[in-house]
Design a protein around this ligand. Structure first.
Ligand SMILES: [Fe+2]
Length: 230
């Protein structure tokens, strides 16, 4: 798996003033390209021992089911030629249905759910596919500006064949009314690239009367690259 810089407008600007914290953390000097002193070791698949029984079902980690709308999210991790990326370690994290993360820095006035940690992880299979069951996350306020609410989203981290290769992005849900007002979503300049951050409703992956399905493919680079957090 190689990670290259995609076309202009696909990755968010490092400094995007409407997204206030980028003003403090964005680089003030030109970027330097780091060159590895020796070839990076490849094909080191993550050990299956790092997985817990319910890492792929975030609704099964507590004493009982968490509150909210149960959903299944699936998709494929692909390279620029559309070939599957196998054995990629995916981690996901999200807030609960009420829009609250289980994290001490999240003091949003919304309830925690004792049955929902918001963390999961999995490997892609030989077809590059991942799949996990969760609760649809709620929108939450984040204080960036007046009436600043994030559209509902799930954070994704992808590791390549070595832990030094890591990409982070966010998946959104179709037709969210907050897209137009979210500086993080809007920090991706290319409108077509922004659309690639939005999952698709999938009747095919909907599970009977249990849960609706959403599909979200992740393309690592090339013309159809998924925008990644910088
Ligand atoms: Fe978030």
């Amino acid at each position: 798996m190689k990670f290259d810089t995609p076309a202009a407008g696909v990755y968010p600007e490092l400094i995007y003033p409407p997204y206030k914290s980028t003003l403090k953390r964005g680089p003030s000097q030109p970027l330097l390209r780091l060159v590895a002193p020796q070839p990076v070791r490849q094909n080191i698949a993550p050990s299956p021992r790092i997985f817990l029984p319910h890492d792929m079902d975030l609704t099964a980690q507590g004493a009982s089911e968490p509150l909210g709308e149960k959903i299944v999210v699936t998709g494929r991790v692909l390279d620029e030629d559309g070939k599957p990326v196998r054995n990629s370690l995916l981690e996901v994290w999200q807030c609960n249905a009420a829009g609250r993360y289980r994290h001490k820095r999240d003091q949003h006035n919304a309830p925690l759910d004792p049955n929902f940690s918001g963390w999961g992880k999995m490997l892609t299979d030989d077809d590059g596919r991942y799949r996990f069951v969760t609760i649809k996350p709620g929108p939450y306020p984040w204080g960036n500006h007046d009436k600043a609410w994030r559209p509902a989203h799930i954070h994704f981290s992808l590791f390549g064949n070595v832990y030094a290769q890591r990409l982070v992005t966010q998946m959104y849900f179709p037709s969210d009314p907050l897209f137009d007002y979210d500086p993080i979503f809007q920090s991706v300049a290319d409108p077509a690239a922004r659309q690639r951050l939005i999952s698709r409703f999938s009747l095919e992956h909907t599970v009977g009367d249990q849960m609706l399905g959403y599909e979200f493919d992740i393309v690592l680079r090339g013309r159809d690259a998924t925008p990644m957090d910088q």
